[in-house]
Design a protein around this ligand. Structure first.
Ligand code: FAD
Ligand code: NAP
Length: 314
């Protein structure tokens, strides 16, 4: 029989926002339940060094997230490996169904489902996904020892991925549609100093080319955005690093969103358009999208949920 779990606060997501909300809600004696989702620890588990988490000059992303989980658990947060499949915010208490069949019933909800990698949407990208096309250098970089690879994008992720991939690859071509990077200065500096990385400015990926049975990447066709000229670059791996989109599928029909799907919250608050439902982290943040800002919003959400529940009881 399907189990029903009741809680004052259900936290959906286990990135910096979710775990910080877990710490604060536990210390507020709200006995929160946190559902981790498909990626326990969130996006930072897909990277290596994190150099801007205060208190750690350098920390491995996965290690930081293990510590955050342990911290939330130690404060009393119940952490469950499950995935929320649907939410019903039409009346309180709110009801959430999950992949395991468990129904979670909660007086307040903290949404912290973060963001996911964007893809270019090319048929050839789809065809070779998992066979030479990837969005995670830390996961797949190891397979490209001594090979030539390309990285698409010009933000922090693209530059970090390119730098990381030089640990394995013989050459990394960074393909960017402009001649200016969005990445922060320190990363740009490292990129330009790395002899294994060659930037290719004003180019877009047109097609991934390769062989079939088994699928294997042999190169890419790129288009010069100024001249439309098509060039082929031989490579064995293609890393797409063109940004992230908010993971809003649970709430896109229910909550107000803007700027490409980010959940709208009230100014200086994590309150959404439904009282008792709070949103924190990359799900709502189109501007900063950092671990520390996500954690800050997780704190805000828990404090606001506490006040909401106290007002409800009073
Ligand atoms: P996320 O970390 O995205 O976590 C979302 C969580 O929600 C996941 O646990 C997921 O399983 C869960 N979830 C999603 N859907 C469901 C569901 N239906 N049911 C249950 N759970 C669900 N920021 C920095 O400050 N410094 C860095 O050095 C840095 N490096 C980065 C490197 C890379 C490669 C990437 C991709 C990002 C990096 N960032 C960095 C950005 C940082 O990772 C994010 O800003 C931060 O992780 C966002 O935290 P979050 O808690 O909002 O969500
Ligand atoms: P981002 O900052 O949004 O950058 C995306 C890059 O991809 C941009 O250069 C963009 O080009 C390019 N792009 C987007 N769509 C494209 C398309 N269809 N075709 C070709 N190129 C395309 O994304 P991100 O680098 O993933 O970073 C996301 C957030 O996480 C940021 O807030 C970032 O600071 C944070 N993060 C932080 C760190 C860190 O602190 N060390 C590391 C990783 C990520 P244009 O520039 O032309 O728009």
């Amino acid at each position: 029989m399907a189990e029903t779990r009741k809680t004052k606060v259900l936290i959906i997501g286990s990135g910096p926002a979710g775990y910080t909300a877990g710490v604060y809600a536990s210390r507020a004696m709200l006995d929160p339940i946190l559902v981790q989702g498909i990626e326990p620890g969130g996006q930072l588990t897909t990277t290596t060094e994190v150099e801007n988490w205060p208190g750690d000059t350098e920390v491995q992303g996965p290690d930081l997230m293990v510590r955050m989980e342990a911290h939330a658990k130690a404060m009393g947060c119940e952490i469950i490996g499950d995935i929320i499949s649907s939410v019903d915010f039409s009346k309180r208490p709110f009801v959430c169904q999950s992949d395991s069949g468990t129904e979670y019933v909660a007086d307040a909800i903290i949404l912290a489902t973060g963001a996911r990698a964007k893809w270019l949407g090319l048929p050839s990208e789809e065809k070779f996904k998992g066979f030479g096309v990837s969005a995670c250098a830390t996961c797949d970089g190891f397979f490209y020892r001594g090979q030539e690879i390309v990285v698409i994008g010009g933000g922090n992720t693209a530059v970090e991925e390119a730098l990381f991939l030089t640990n394995f690859a013989s050459k990394v071509t960074l393909i960017h549609r402009r001649d200016e990077l969005r990445a922060e200065a320190i990363l740009q500096d490292r990129l330009h100093k790395n002899p294994k990385i060659e930037p290719l400015w004003f180019h877009q990926l047109e097609e991934v080319i390769g062989t079939e049975n088994p699928n294997s990447v042999e190169g890419v066709k790129v288009r010069n955005v100024k001249t439309d000229e098509i060039t082929e670059i031989p490579c064995k791996g293609v890393f797409v690093a063109i940004g992230h989109a908010p993971a809003n599928e649970l709430v896109a029909d229910t909550l107000e969103t803007h700027m490409g799907g980010y959940v709208v919250t009230k100014p200086d608050s994590t309150e959404t358009s439904i009282p008792g439902v709070f949103a924190a982290g990359d799900l709502t943040d189109h501007k900063y999208r950092q671990a520390v800002t996500s954690a800050g919003m997780g704190c805000m959400a828990a404090l606001e949920a506490e006040r909401f529940l106290a007002a409800d009881e009073g």
